[in-house]
Write a protein that binds this ligand. Structure first.
Ligand SMILES: Cc1cc2nc3c(=O)[nH]c(=O)nc-3n(C[C@H](O)[C@H](O)[C@H](O)COP(=O)(O)OP(=O)(O)OC[C@H]3O[C@@H](n4cnc5c(N)ncnc54)[C@H](O)[C@@H]3O)c2cc1C
Length: 531
């Protein structure tokens, strides 16, 4: 690592002073998930003065709870959504290039147990390849039963007729969010977590800025801007209603949230380095078994929901569904007691016009950008894979609505994110147990910190915690054990075991209560499969 690559310090008191001094910004982004962070990077690379405010931690919302696929979406192809698939396939290759330490190509196998399945799905996947064109990661291949079992040794062999192997990608969602935040900060953007926007400011019926509050001290700040972007995911309607109320308008909900559950089990239930895609479960959805950081993710579900809690909980019927479907396709079926972690994310699906409302499976997976009569820009929907294209679209709309002056072209398509090793160097493995790989070109900086080689539990060093506190905006042990490292998502019991030692280090680094009791309660939720 050269002097130029010294990581950017994320000292909170300095960030808060900068916020107090700022007063005005070209763009204020509300929400620090994939969508908001992608906009922050794009806007700052184009020379704008950017402030991004996140109420909790970066990626604490939906953006740390994805299936972690960088994909075109085989399922959307089946629904005939060619435009969405083509754009996502293109974005897939951009993401793999720009964050090689956090994303990698991954081979998937679709097993066939009925004679029509392999030719039918294979033909669809050939179209998927054609749509990817030069952005393709490898050709789709038909497999016989033996080849299928060789690729996915964990698959049920009884009645197996063959399979189809195709390529998509995989990533570490929360760490990618952090890389986006830190890349934007490197370009001069001011980003703060634990700083909710509490109020929109209006002047003469137009949005004129925001008020926000430092969640740690209660100190409040006002930032003026005529360009305020609401990128709050499933929570966008709260800010839209505030905007409507301030200008005397009724606002219809834009989002129809749907929750998705994932279960994590040990890799011996599904060994090897291919993922499994079950193309049609009993409720007509797809189900994945994906190797990730030494474990296997099983999921997901699609359950419409009304509540929008920060830590949504799985329903017993959802976990029973995943385990039941996994048992049909896996040679050795995991049971409830084999689950190492369970996590739930809320999809911000776009609500169709009122009288067309139907099952959320039919709701659009695309994103929408809406500018309200008072100039509040709201973006929601879409998916992680397309965050970069969404950011471009949002900034185009801001210019169209005269909230920003004409901008130079976006530079994000070729921009290597923080930690990306130089082109041609090794990429993330993501298959093995967690380690320093995920830090890419910053691995030596992590290793050189006090305790750089001291493992608290396998895959978690004291150096990683110190790096998280000093350079990655981490404020408490949930930040480090859930999102800077992924221990909570991989093995909640192990995360609880590591928590006291992690808490001592975080306290030393930040000088504040690191939230041990709250974290142990959360870890209990992540390890408890409902019945
Ligand atoms: C189960 C599931 C699986 C998925 N799998 C995939 C996948 O494999 N691949 C893929 O490409 N996509 C996937 N997605 C989709 C993808 O995860 C989402 O599209 C994406 O994460 C949404 O990001 P976001 O930034 O819009 O929302 P969020 O990540 O939720 O970010 C919004 C942020 O706004 C903050 N906020 C809210 N109110 C305020 C306020 N007043 N002030 C400040 N901040 C505020 C929240 O705390 C939150 O952090 C999946 C989604 C789900 C639910």
């Amino acid at each position: 690592m050269t002097m130029h690559e010294q990581p950017h310090v994320s000292d909170r008191s300095q960030l808060l002073e900068a916020l107090a001094d700022m007063g005005r910004a070209d763009v204020v982004i509300v929400g620090g998930g994939a969508t908001g962070l992608g906009i922050a990077l794009d806007a700052s690379l184009r020379g704008l003065a950017v402030v991004l405010l996140e109420s909790h931690d970066f990626a604490k919302g939906t953006s740390s709870r994805a299936t972690k696929l960088v994909h075109g979406g085989v399922r959307y192809l089946a629904q005939g959504n060619i435009g969405l698939v083509r754009e996502a396939l293109h974005e897939r290759s951009t993401l793999l290039h720009n964050a090689p330490h956090l994303a990698r190509p991954l081979a998937f196998v679709m097993p066939g147990y009925k004679c029509w399945e392999t030719p039918f799905y294979g033909a669809g996947l050939k179209i998927y390849d054609a749509l990817a064109g030069k952005a393709g990661l490898g050709p789709t291949r038909f497999l016989n039963a033996r080849q299928t079992a060789d690729c996915v040794p964990g698959v049920r062999r009884q009645g197996l007729l063959g399979g189809v192997k195709y390529w998509d990608g995989q990533f570490d969602d929360a760490r990618l969010a952090l890389a986006l935040a830190r890349s934007a900060a490197g370009q001069g953007a001011l980003l703060l977590n634990y700083c909710p926007v509490t109020e929109l400011i209006h002047a003469q019926g137009r949005v004129a800025g925001v008020r926000c509050r430092d969640a740690e001290t209660g100190r409040t700040f006002t930032i003026e801007s005529s360009c305020v972007i609401n990128a709050t995911g499933v929570w966008v309607d709260a800010l839209r209603r505030q905007d409507g109320a301030a200008t005397g308008r009724e606002v219809e909900a834009m989002v129809a949230p749907s929750q998705g559950v994932h279960l994590v089990v040990d890799s011996d239930f599904f060994p090897g380095n291919h993922a499994l895609l079950v193309p049609r479960t009993r409720d007509g959805r797809v189900l994945f078994a994906v190797p990730w950081l030494g474990k296997v993710i099983l999921g997901t579900t699609d359950t419409p929901c009304d509540d929008l809690p920060r830590e949504p909980r799985a329903y017993a019927r959802e976990t029973a569904f995943i385990l039941g479907e996994a048992a049909k396709y896996l040679h050795r079926a995991p049971s409830r007691s084999d689950v190492k972690s369970i996590w739930v994310g809320l999809r911000p699906l776009l609500r169709p016009p009122r009288d067309e409302a139907g099952a959320t499976k039919k709701l659009s997976r695309e994103h929408a950008v809406v500018v309200s009569p008072s100039g509040l820009v709201t973006v929601t929907g879409g998916k992680w894979t397309t965050y970069r294209a969404m950011a471009e679209d949002v900034l185009d709309k801001c210019v169209e609505a005269s909230l920003l002056n004409r901008l130079p072209p976006s530079e994000t398509a070729d921009f290597l994110l923080v930690g990306a090793p130089a082109r041609g160097h090794s990429r993330a493995t993501l298959a093995g147990a967690p380690g320093l790989d995920a830090y890419g070109s910053e691995a030596d900086a992590v290793r050189s910190l006090p305790g750089g080689d001291v493992e608290l539990v396998p895959g978690l060093t004291a150096g990683m915690l110190r790096f998280a506190a000093r350079y990655e905006y981490a404020r408490n042990i949930e930040d480090v054990l859930a999102r800077r490292t992924r221990l909570l998502f991989l093995d909640a019991a192990l995360a609880a075991q590591a928590a006291p030692a992690a808490a001592a280090i975080m306290q030393e680094e930040t000088g504040r209560d690191p939230g041990l009791a709250e974290f142990l309660q959360l870890a209990e939720q992540y390890r408890s499969v409902p019945q």
